[in-house]
Design a protein around this ligand. Structure first.
Ligand code: ZN
Ligand code: ZN
Length: 380
């Protein structure tokens, strides 16, 4: 509760500071509404005025709101507005804004559709709606202790699921079978579901950083790239690249691969790149420098040209959120941010190696939140 109040207070500073002459904020993005209220449903808005905060929702969610955010409608300054079934949420929102005497309202440019903005302007021609970017998102980059705990739990659940997956995978399983099995284990381990569409790429299909699952069986692959995460409201995001456990004597080249590359050499270089990036992380470090540290290691091994995406991203209520850790990022890391570090090498005709871990930025360095081994000998 205390953290929720703190978050609303920080957001309220935007109004107090008089940014763009705003006297109210309309927050419509689902994860942003969750962040400010604790409510995990959708179709509901959060309205902040200079005097109070209002959660605008509909009768379907009344009971859920009582459970998840009991302070709304009870504590001073926190109102609950349940719209009648014959009114839209936009109409109800306009009522709330008008009653509060608002004139200039900040809206979320990245979260409101053009139709919704036009709808608001049509319903309330006297109000001025001013698009704002990243009002709540920038606040969400630094996690409070309760959020870090939620993310840790999502990581533990994902790790348990992965161990079950590795222990039960069968040679005849196709990528689709493996994705389905892992999805089931993630749920069984305690998650609401997978945090994103899972990736299990067999052999040379690992060259696709976001490989959709096919009918290719594990038996036709020397290695497996698995990118998975658990959704427990907060998300985790991990990648491991492992040898096919059924291949007793791994050879440098599998008969299904068109190109020969030494798996162990590539793997160790990617791991070294990940470690070099982690050494760079601390409060005040520039995200682009962290990305460069990983890229430098890959360049020394002549593998940099195969690393075709950014090094990492924030995780939290969403699977991809700020900060962005990549070459063109202007973000600066701060203690309390939780980011992924995921260098990868993708070689067409051979496959890919990616190692992805979840990391908490601290004042002097970072804490690795993932606990699964990262070396080749102990994938599970
Ligand atoms: Zn991932
Ligand atoms: Zn990721």
């Amino acid at each position: 509760m205390k953290f929720l109040a703190q978050r609303r207070q920080i957001l309220g500073q935007t109004l107090k500071n008089g940014k763009d002459g705003l006297d109210a904020l309309l927050i419509t993005g689902v994860p942003n509404v969750t962040y400010l209220t604790g409510f995990t449903g959708d179709s509901s808005y959060f309205v902040a005025t200079s005097t109070n905060a209002v959660l605008v929702s509909d009768p379907r969610f009344e009971v859920q709101i009582q459970d998840e955010c009991p302070a709304f409608g009870k504590e001073p300054g926190l109102d609950l507005h349940i719209r009648p079934h014959n009114k839209t949420t936009l109409e109800a929102t306009i009522e709330v804004l008008t009653q509060a005497g608002a004139t200039t309202v900040g809206v979320e440019a990245n979260r409101l559709t053009v139709a919704e903005l036009e709808g608001l302007r049509e319903l309330a021609p006297k109000l001025t709606f001013v698009p704002q970017t990243n009002l709540v998102e920038s606040q969400r980059t630094v996690k409070d202790p309760s959020e870090v705990e939620h993310i840790r739990t999502a990581i533990r659940v994902a790790e348990r699921a992965f161990k079950m997956f590795v222990a039960t995978v069968r040679e005849a399983d196709t990528e689709k079978d493996m994705v389905d099995a892992l999805d089931g284990y993630i749920r069984r381990a305690g998650a609401n579901g997978a945090a994103f569409p899972l990736i299990v790429a067999a052999g040379e299909r690992g060259a696709l950083p976001h490989a959709p699952p096919t009918r290719k069986p594990l038996a036709e692959a020397s290695k497996l790239l698995v990118d998975w995460g658990a959704d427990l409201l907060y998300k985790s995001d991990i990648t491991r690249t492992i040898r096919n456990p059924y291949v007793v004597t791994p050879t440098a080249r599998n008969k299904f691969e068109r190109v020969g590359f030494d798996f162990e050499r590539v793997y160790k270089t990617v791991l070294k790149a990940q470690n070099a990036a982690m050494d760079e992380i601390r409060s005040g470090a520039r995200a682009k420098d962290v990305d460069a540290a990983a890229r430098k290691v890959l360049a020394e091994a002549d593998l940099e040209k195969y690393f075709t995406h950014g090094l990492g991203h924030g995780i939290g209520l969403e699977i991809h959120e700020a900060p962005r850790v990549r070459a063109n990022s202007e973000d600066v890391l701060e203690a309390g941010m939780v980011i992924t570090i995921e260098p990868g090498v993708y070689i067409p005709g051979w496959g890919g190696v990616r190692i992805e871990d979840d990391i908490l930025v601290t004042r002097d360095g970072c804490t690795l939140l993932t606990t699964l081994p990262r070396d080749l000998s102990a994938p599970g």
